[in-house]
Ligand binder design. Structure first.
Ligand code: EPS
Length: 389
């Protein structure tokens, strides 16, 4: 499976074309809209989220609520476009006017502005900002919602939560079931399981906002029910854990990814890191622990997949940092654009989406590409073989 996205932050719409989703998957607009609404929430979101009410239009690949196996086109309108029709229009302007174009010549440190402008030879850095904005994650979440639906049909559930915001760490991070995790995090304005930390995180976000600043954090995604031995050790680009790390790193403002205990493994001896193997007739091979986060040798172990990502503070600040005007080369404060003071809770939904996408793609690749019935049968057969192996 693969997908492309298109669309500018203040253009008319965001689009994704998804190829390779098997036929026979039940899929409704509301499955996708639910995920889009989750991405819009979170303490620390800015004014743009009050303008948008992200809703998907399914324009191809689905008929009467079931996927056809043909490319799926999903579109989400930018309601804000009505305020940007001239600035972002596709037609030439009658006269060149920097104000009408809302030209940006002072790059924001931490954003794609300067490097993107040099690469594509844009004197107006709005041409970079419009595509590099995290607004694009809207349709990645839409594609992720399709992946989640596919995973659910195959017995795989995905959840996520926030572990840390602005230096405030969640101490209580355990949960009995993914359903419980979901219930608690949906009720939390910062998608955190720890109620004490939640309040401190919200205070940290308010404090950043008052100061015209922004803060980042750490999110965790868990997937339960992945069959064992999905992915491969045979070649670097077949390793599923590597694909997950790349997917996490592809989210706007993400600077690192960890699987299982991740960097902590550097500080422990092997005897405390590796997950001992056991077997019983009902469950087949299982592990006593899950420090590996569900991966060994680029393949799933059958234990829950656990992936974390770190998001830096959003670089669009109301209190701008020092920059240089690319026209005059003089020192200036960077451009001020409307922004979120913290988008970590929203980013945790994006992280769920990109992880779901990679896991769904891997299952489809390994167990049959064309229709859900064949994939389901192949997975049942595989799991039975693995249990008694
Ligand atoms: C976002 C929409 C954007 C930003 C934010 C994410 O809308 P606008 O630029 O109109 O305010 O709120 O993106 C960034 C701050 C960024 O630096 O990329 C969204 O839909 O999530």
């Amino acid at each position: 499976m693969r997908y492309l996205t298109a669309g500018e932050s203040h253009g008319p719409q965001l689009t994704t074309i998804i190829e390779g989703v098997p036929a026979g998957l039940p899929l409704l607009a509301e499955d996708i809209n639910e995920e889009l609404a989750r991405r819009q929430k979170g303490h620390g979101r800015g004014r743009r989220m009050q303008i948008e009410k992200d809703q998907v239009q399914i324009l191809s690949g689905v008929r009467h609520g079931i996927t056809l196996g043909s490319p799926i086109t999903l579109v989400v309108e930018n309601k804000d476009f009505t305020h940007w029709t001239k600035i972002m229009g596709a037609d030439p302007l009658e006269e060149e006017n920097a104000e009408v174009k809302r030209v940006i010549s002072r790059p924001r440190p931490g954003h794609a502005d300067l490097n993107g402008a040099i690469k594509y030879n844009h004197r107006d850095m709005r041409n970079v900002l419009e595509r590099s904005s995290a607004r694009e994650t809207t349709v990645r979440v839409a594609a992720g919602a399709v992946a989640k639906k596919l995973l659910k049909e195959l017995g795989v559930e995905v959840g996520g939560h926030v572990l840390e915001i602005g230096g405030v760490k969640a101490e209580q991070t355990t949960y009995e079931t993914l359903n419980e995790l979901r219930e608690k995090t949906e009720a939390s304005p910062v998608r955190c399981l720890d109620e004490t930390a939640e309040k401190m995180m919200m205070k940290a976000i308010d404090h950043a906002k008052e100061n015209g600043d922004s803060i980042g954090g750490i999110v965790e995604v868990i997937a339960e029910g992945m069959p064992v031995a999905v992915g491969s050790y045979t070649h670097y680009d077949n390793k599923l854990d590597a694909k997950l790390a790349a997917a996490i790193m592809s989210i706007n403002a993400f600077k690192g990814a960890e699987i299982g205990i991740g960097f902590e493994a550097a500080r422990k001896p092997g005897s405390e890191v590796h997950d001992e193997i056991q077997w019983d007739i009902e469950n087949g091979y299982t592990r006593k622990t899950n420090n590996a986060g569900g991966f060994e040798g680029g393949m799933t172990t059958g234990m829950p997949v656990v992936v974390r990502g770190v998001m830096k503070p959003i670089p669009t600040l109301y209190k701008p940092l020092q920059s240089v005007d690319i026209e005059t080369k003089e020192a200036f404060a960077a451009s001020i654009e409307r922004s979120d003071s913290c988008a970590v809770p929203a980013a945790s939904v994006v992280a769920e989406s990109v992880v779901a996408w990679e896991l769904a793609s891997a299952l489809v690749q390994q167990f049959g590409q064309d229709n859900m019935e064949v994939i389901k049968k192949n997975i049942v057969h595989h799991q039975e073989r693995a249990r008694v192996f």
